[in-house]
Design a protein around this ligand. Sequence first.
Ligand code: FAD
Length: 438
Amino acid sequence: MNLTKPHPIHPQNTQLTAESKTNLSASTPWVDVAIVGAGAAGLMAAYFAAREGATTLALDGASRLGAKILISGGGRCNVTHERVRAEDFNGSNRNLVSKVLRSFGVHDAIAFFRDLGVELKREETGKLFPVTDRAATVLDALVGAVGRAGAEIRTASRVVSVAPIGEGFAVETVTGSLRARRIVLSTGGLSIPKSGSDGAGYAMAQALGQSVTPTLPALVPLLLESGHWLTALSGVSCDATLELRDARGRVRQRVQGSMLLTHFGLSGPAVLDMSRHWIAASSGGEAAIVANFVPGEDFESVEAWIVAEAKAGPRRTLLNLVRSRLSDRLADGLLREGASVAPDTALGRLARDDRRRVVHALTALPLPIAGNRGYAFAEVTAGGVPLDEVDVTTMESKRCRGLFLCGEILDVDGRIGGFNFQWAWASGRVAGSAAGKI
Ligand SMILES: Cc1cc2nc3c(=O)[nH]c(=O)nc-3n(C[C@H](O)[C@H](O)[C@H](O)COP(=O)(O)OP(=O)(O)OC[C@H]3O[C@@H](n4cnc5c(N)ncnc54)[C@H](O)[C@@H]3O)c2cc1C
């Protein structure tokens, strides 16, 4: 790659920063496109920028690339989902999200990875994984493709600052300076900071004129009040419908899926999906999560079921009945602790008030959430640069010409199931292709 070739002045960039403010000199190398952050979105952008013929340099602060791709999907990398819609995302305006997703859809992602030699398989849930069940297959294929397209990737090259200069941008890294005609900012969010994404990109975006909406952990396990009886059921997994209710009891969000009880509280897909809603709601006022352990049923139907079963078999115990729907440990806990009713109570001897408490515990158990496990355990970050600050047909900033943004640094977070990677692939593809057209 020719890093010394100067490029013509980029007319849209104003002469904002004097070169004397940076460490630039006449011999400071040039690239057409500098990608800041070579995670999922940055690698995608690097590939497509290089394919356009632009000299492309992807800089990453980590010494080993792709930490998040490697740990994703339990080491198997849930690459995408068979059906991805704007409704699967939160944060910025969904019309804008939809425009980006349409420009590189699920079928494009499947074909893209197939071309790189990565076949995907669909699982029952609709999630798509590499047939190898190895996340490294995805990372290796991407890194190989970026190299073959002619882009250079530099690891251990943390970017410290990006400043506009007349012809483009001055980029300071821990190992030296360079100039770039265009910048793709793809530094991710704040989740799992030890993977390399520690939020530094937000400050860079702000220095370049972007705003950043408040950030919070998303897809993160939730903590129950210390010593809550559910924590004693650590290891139990169940299906549940979770409702987020506001101070007036109105349902603000509803999620159905699998929930895992742990020593600290709650995890599993339904809880992870609910987490960002609870965190956002509880920071602005009172919010409660209520669990229904018999999804699809309500108070009336469960009460009718118990009454009917009591008539059919009055000597049958309550535990025997409830464990026909739930696991033994959960049934026992819900009766004993959730409803304060002895599990060995015969159905025929169940008092009306006791029955109603049982039904309440099964269909609307309040979960006293005490907090969340924070960015160290969050799969994504909610919040970031609002999408309406970029032109979604190119991902170029409307506030700083020559700056492109993609991936998790933007105010877009998907639910669990491959949606966040689809966002990274799609937005990275759009940003890279546009930035590479010099
Ligand atoms: C445990 C876990 C499991 C997940 N599983 C899935 C899954 O199966 N499916 C799914 O769709 N999503 C999953 N996600 C979410 C997904 O990994 C992210 O949404 C996605 O990686 C975001 O891509 P990105 O490129 O925007 O950011 P990142 O992947 O975070 O990449 C950002 C890169 O920028 C680099 N960087 C940051 N600051 C600088 C700087 N100043 N200078 C240079 N480089 C910098 C970082 O080192 C990093 O390499 C998971 C996340 C986690 C944490």
